[in-house]
Design a protein. Structure first.
Length: 157
């Protein structure tokens, strides 16, 4: 539906796919650029009963490793994801936010309610969000590039 723009999702028809494999969670960042569907896969883990926060290890795609937290959801139709990570070496805070839906559209009232929730998080604002287009004419792709991320250490290795 809507998101904060990130370089590794710079394309059309962006979406996220979460799949539970035991306690491991596979998270796919998917988008289409120039007729190619890119799928960047990262892994996290989950403890049943804990808050829905998915820690992301620094990797070759997301060098920062921004954790993803489910801020609000109705468990059937929509969710608000948010994450931030402070980089003290550069005094920069990296943030991500997504309004996700299982459908192509959500009623405007629900989107506004999720944006209101986002406003309650310090230093976040829905003004930075951009709508993600999912029109069938721009979502066509010729092939798929599936990239499994490789975790890196503090030295970027």
């Amino acid at each position: 539906m809507e998101r904060y723009p990130t370089w590794y999702e710079d394309g059309h028809c962006s979406h996220k796919r979460f799949e539970a494999c035991g306690r491991r969670i596979e998270i796919d960042h998917v988008f289409i650029r120039e007729g190619v569907q890119f799928v960047f896969q990262v892994n996290s883990s989950y403890n049943p009963g804990d808050e829905a926060v998915f820690e992301i290890q620094d990797n070759i795609i997301d060098r920062i490793g921004i954790p993803i937290e489910v801020i609000a959801t109705d468990y059937s139709e929509h969710a608000l994801l948010y994450g931030c990570k402070y980089q003290p070496n550069y005094n920069i805070k990296y943030m991500l936010a997504w309004i996700l839906s299982r459908n192509q559209t959500l009623p405007d009232e629900k989107i506004e309610n999720l944006k209101t929730t986002l406003r309650t998080i310090p230093y976040s604002s829905p003004v930075y969000m951009e709508r993600v287009r999912h029109d069938s004419d721009i979502c066509a792709h010729s092939w798929t590039a599936h990239v499994d991320t490789i975790e890196t250490n503090d030295n970027g290795e």
